[in-house]
Design a protein around this ligand. Structure first.
Ligand code: ZN
Length: 493
């Protein structure tokens, strides 16, 4: 392993905006980034599209019809090609985004080695550690109005606490945008704000035919009229005959793309209206996601490694939805940031992480980065200091940890002896189909040692125990999280 890479791994714990002192490239990086002027007091908008994997978007090589406004935002600012989410499901991932810390530090999520979110015997998820400063708390202390329109019940687990105004219930993207525009119209003009809009439309069960614009639907379902069959809104049942199975899987993928086209179009409407409402306003806009979605892509490699999923409704294929693995389908998230002073149309190829968003916003607003933060300021002008990123916090199955290195390697390591580690080389195998662990024993050993050092450098925190209310339970049930069944049950995720 290269010395620089080892240093980058060790530097995980240094966090904040100061590069690790060992980094020989710090001068070049710092000099370039110092040319970027901060904009104190600028407003901040975070457009958080739940369950959006990066590779379906046009700028990431995907379907351009899903991402007209994401691409437009990226042209106005900076796009990060390789952003790693800290967790594969909503609660720990959003907590990482809002605190700049890893799940083992903020504690939001599930405890224990064997996990089954919403399953038999599973206790309540833990909320984010109370002592950690969040983005909303930091900006509120600066006199910002802090506004959250959340649609996923997992955003309730302490993540809403620092917003002075938070509405938390499901609504389609159009209603979320309307809420945001109305909330901003009611604010005094001179008051800076943080507005987080969280969109849940891509999350199962998609409400196609109910929430969607007809144009989005017809683009992906030219020969079918809405509403589609209820079974096609959820993941297909496991024991269907093969033709029916393939048909339903294709329908799920089409629903997913159509959902994102709808969300992106609504985001475009929001940004256009905002420009008309506040044409002169200084604001940073972040467009990102908490995790991706898996369409049965990695079940063969996972079965071979002994990885299990307690949602064992499927005889052979596990690997669907999210929360069950740390594969790239779930951890590669889109990220684009625009705002005053940022270069236009810049693409950053370096590996970065969702834990970097909070310290980056601090940098752009000229605020001190909290000492608890484990992310670092993203590069806008120059290159990023090479650094590895951790992902963790499984929701279904045994806990494991993934390390994505700046030179393209990824180690997925179990905490249980019953599973075997997996090793992937992403430049050749971005979908993580080929496990190289057996072929590359020396590299596997080196990465395991690096992983151990990286984990040892991250402080352990404790999540907060809270009892969720009945409304939250109902909302979780609607998404399939509460009362999930095992082998004989209805398909849930
Ligand atoms: Zn989510």
């Amino acid at each position: 392993m290269k010395a620089l890479q080892l240093l980058a791994l060790v530097s995980i714990a240094f966090g904040a905006c100061a590069p690790a002192p060992e980094d020989s490239r710090r001068d070049a990086v710092d000099t370039a980034e110092e040319e970027l002027r901060a904009t104190p007091g600028a407003s901040v908008i975070v457009l958080l599209v739940d369950t959006l994997r990066a590779d379906i978007l046009g700028p990431y090589g995907g379907d351009g019809r899903t991402s007209e406004h994401f691409a437009a935002l990226a042209r106005e600012g900076v796009l990060y090609e390789d952003c790693v989410s800290a967790a594969p499901w909503t609660l720990p991932s959003v907590a990482s985004l809002f605190t700049g810390t890893l799940p083992r530090t903020h504690g939001a999520g599930l405890e224990g080695e064997q996990r089954f979110l919403g399953g038999p015997g599973q206790s309540e998820p833990l909320a984010v550690a109370k002592e950690l400063p969040t983005l909303a708390k930091l900006l509120r202390e600066q006199g910002y109005a802090t506004l959250l329109r959340g649609t996923n019940p997992f955003v309730r687990f302490g993540l809403e606490a620092d917003f002075e105004r938070a509405e938390l219930r499901y609504a389609p993207a159009g209603a979320v945008v309307d809420w945001g525009l109305q909330a901003l119209a009611e604010l005094p003009r001179e008051k800076p704000y943080l507005l987080v809009l969280h969109f849940l439309d891509l999350h199962e069960p998609n409400q196609i035919g109910v929430d969607f614009g007809r144009e989005d639907f017809e683009l992906y379902f030219p020969s079918v009229l809405p509403p589609v069959d209820e079974s096609e809104r959820r993941w297909p049942a496991p024991d269907l005959e093969p033709y029916r199975w393939q048909h339903l899987l294709q329908q799920r993928k089409r629903l997913y793309l159509a959902s994102q086209r709808y969300v992106d179009r609504e985001i475009g409407r929001f940004l256009k209206s905002l420009a008309e409402l506040h044409p002169q306003e200084a604001r940073f806009v972040v467009y990102t996601s908490d995790h991706g979605e898996d369409f049965f892509e990695n079940f063969e490699v996972d079965l071979a490694s002994g990885h299990t999923d307690p949602r064992a409704g499927y005889r052979a294929p596990i690997s669907y939805g999210h929360g069950h693995s740390l594969h790239r389908a779930l951890t590669h998230v889109p990220l684009a940031i625009s705002g005053p002073g940022l270069p236009r149309g810049r693409r950053v190829a370096d590996t970065v992480g969702s834990i970097d968003v909070l310290p980056t916003l601090c940098r752009l607003l000229d605020l001190p980065v909290p000492s608890t933060v484990q992310g670092r300021c993203l590069p806008f002008v120059g290159r990023a200091t090479p650094r590895s990123y951790l992902s963790e916090s499984i929701a279904y199955g045994r806990e494991r940890v993934a390390l994505t290195t700046p030179d393209g390697w990824k180690l997925v390591h179990p905490l249980s002896a019953e599973e075997r580690p997996q090793l992937f080389f992403l430049p050749d195998d971005p979908r993580e189909k080929l496990d190289l662990a057996a072929r590359e024993p020396a590299r596997l050993t080196a990465l395991r040692e690096a992983l151990e050092r990286a984990l040892a450098a991250v402080p352990r925190g404790a999540g907060t125990s809270i009892a969720s209310d009945s409304a939250t339970q109902d909302a979780l049930r609607a998404l399939g999280y509460v009362g999930a069944q095992g082998a004989q049950g209805e398909t849930k995720r």
